[in-house]
Write a protein that binds this ligand. Structure first.
Ligand code: 6GU
Length: 251
């Protein structure tokens, strides 16, 4: 899968893309990341990438022409197909479903907005999707672009050590992940739940299912409303609610 990133700050990406799982995915040829400096496509002698907004007001606006020429160049005169994404706090909020959809594309072009915004003509004519990573404002689209590359790359076959590990991820099935423990089984009086040491795989599996549901119920009840639960999960959720009521009654 190919990622093209259009940015005024290509150096920002060096660290996050040169370590760990993303580095391995690049080395193994599963992903290809191409960084394009928007400033290389400016057309005046001062290399101006931004300008004052028409109509006045605070802040600067990224100019339409450098982004156009950058897009034209990387898509071979707009002949190569790509999904063009503008990173902006006004966009659709990124979630695991969107990540799954994006991981099925061949080529993503991520346009990092900056300053007060990007000339609207880019959005109107060259952008397929506007994406935000949450309801807060960042200084630019670079960190959101890194977030998208990371989240999408780990969905691709061969990127994680075990492709199965994705299946238990928080959000993958619409609920949160279960809690994890490793050795030692007791540390300064803090113990690992006994069931995990029992060797009884069925009991472990049931405990994990229930813990995942319990966490989701307590921390993110909004997710449960959106997720279709199996009959087993519904039964476990009834148990959880009863147990929690018991706790409250005893207080
Ligand atoms: Cl994509 N850009 C900026 N500047 N701020 C954000 C964002 C994007 N998503 C959340 N906050």
């Amino acid at each position: 899968m190919k990622f093209d990133i259009l940015t005024l700050f290509p150096e920002m990406f060096e660290g996050p893309f040169s370590d760990s799982i993303i580095k391995n995915a690049r080395d193994n040829g599963i992903i290809d990341i191409n960084l394009t400096d928007i400033r290389d496509y400016t057309t005046d002698k001062h290399n101006t990438a931004d300008d004052y907004p028409y109509g006045g007001g605070a802040g600067m606006v990224l100019k339409v022409d450098p982004i156009y020429y950058a897009l034209e160049d990387i898509t071979d005169n707009f002949k190569k197909k790509s999904t063009n994404i503008l990173l902006t706090p006004r966009g659709e909020k990124l979630d695991q479903n969107m990540v799954k959809d994006l991981s099925n594309k061949d080529r993503l072009v991520l346009i990092c907005g900056h300053y007060e915004g990007v000339d609207e003509r880019i959005r109107e004519n060259f952008v397929d999707l506007e994406v935000s990573i949450g309801d807060y404002v960042l200084t630019g689209g670079e960190i959101p672009a890194m977030v998208i590359v990371d989240a999408v790359a780990r969905m691709l076959p061969g990127v994680l050590g075990h492709d199965d590990s994705k299946k238990n991820d928080s959000f993958y099935n619409g609920i949160l992940d279960y809690p994890h423990y490793t050795r030692p089984s007791e540390f300064k009086g803090m113990e690992v739940p006994k069931v995990l040491l029992s060797g009884d795989h069925q009991r472990v599996a049931k405990w994990r299912k229930k813990q995942a549901l319990k966490r989701t119920y307590l921390m993110r009840p909004d997710l449960l409303k959106k997720t279709k639960l199996s009959e087993t999960q519904k039964e476990l959720l009834r148990e959880i609610k009863e147990e929690l009521e018991g706790v409250i009654d005893n207080e």
